[in-house]
Design a protein around this ligand. Sequence first.
Ligand SMILES: O=C(O)CCC(=O)C(=O)O
Ligand SMILES: [Fe+2]
Length: 355
Amino acid sequence: MSPSRVHNDLPRYDFPEDTEEILEYADLEALDISKLDQPGGKESLAAQVLQFINKNGHGFSEEEVKRQYALCRAVFDLPLGEKLKYACDTAKGDFRGYKPQSTGKLSVRDNDERYNIPKFTPEHERPHPQIILDHLDEIRDFSLKVHDQVLIPLLRLFAYVLEIEEKYFVDRHRYEAPGLEYLRYMKYFPRSVEEDAEVGNIWARGHTDYNTLTFLFHQPIAGLQVQTPEGRWKYVKSSSDAIIVNIADALEFLSGGYLKSTVHRVIRPPEDQANRPRLSLIYFARPEANTILKPVVSPLLQRLGFQRDVESFAHDVTAEEWARARIAKDHRFRTGLVDKPEKEIIAGVNQRFYD
Ligand SMILES: O=C(O)CCC(=O)C(=O)O
Ligand SMILES: [Fe+2]
């Protein structure tokens, strides 16, 4: 990012204090993706990927990340009426723009507000609040950097691990192609002990994401948990020099179930952090809109017996159809159109629920 692109009219953001509580953290792998270009680096990283990826080293400075958090905070500090002008059309499965927190009885189902900024292509040109427009170059630089410097190397690495053409996934995640990839600003609202007890301390129910890979930037307020293969929930430890990476549904389908979509949730933070709003900065990478979510033909998957449709779709489903169906389904539950989370998503494939 060139200095001229940084506007200094944003109040500085500082990370909240770490919790003093002793929590049970999941044992995650750290990947140093800068090794990719070094001799032998690919092989050693691939070995690590084979043991599971959850986390990777990255090229973002703490200041760059904090600038995004400062913008995140500024957007949510706008009056509700202003934010609602940019509301997203989740009923139609479109998550671009602002999603308010549900109110009244429904607030137990939905404890956050979001602002999703789509990738910067003509397809996604849309109005934004002035604070976003004033920093559009900086946000674009940040988003592109995630796409180019974090997503693309990891996609190359996954292709290498699956023993397929190294550009296979890269060719299906072209930045300029149609497809809804976005940067998300998110804010969770602190609730009283009593309110949280009523919802089993859940701030975001256990779920998988519906994209390819999700990148979660440093977040000192504990609360994000992953489910271990044994079904236990463990905290994800965030550190400022790492990005948490979730494998999501599209990559699970494309790998015939070999790479598993990470099951995760957000719970009430430890008491020394529980009374603060929790801001999240997340990038959701998605395959191009018309990518069919079928397993790739891979020698590794063939050897391991993963070369079948893991959840047997009744017909071909594209990345766009899958995401829209899941977003619209979440919309119906969150807004009270249905009383229970619906099971079927699309083409006979069920979304799993874990809480
Ligand atoms: O806020 C977080 O830490 C996780 C959010 C999340 O899982 C999501 O938005 O899909
Ligand atoms: Fe998620």
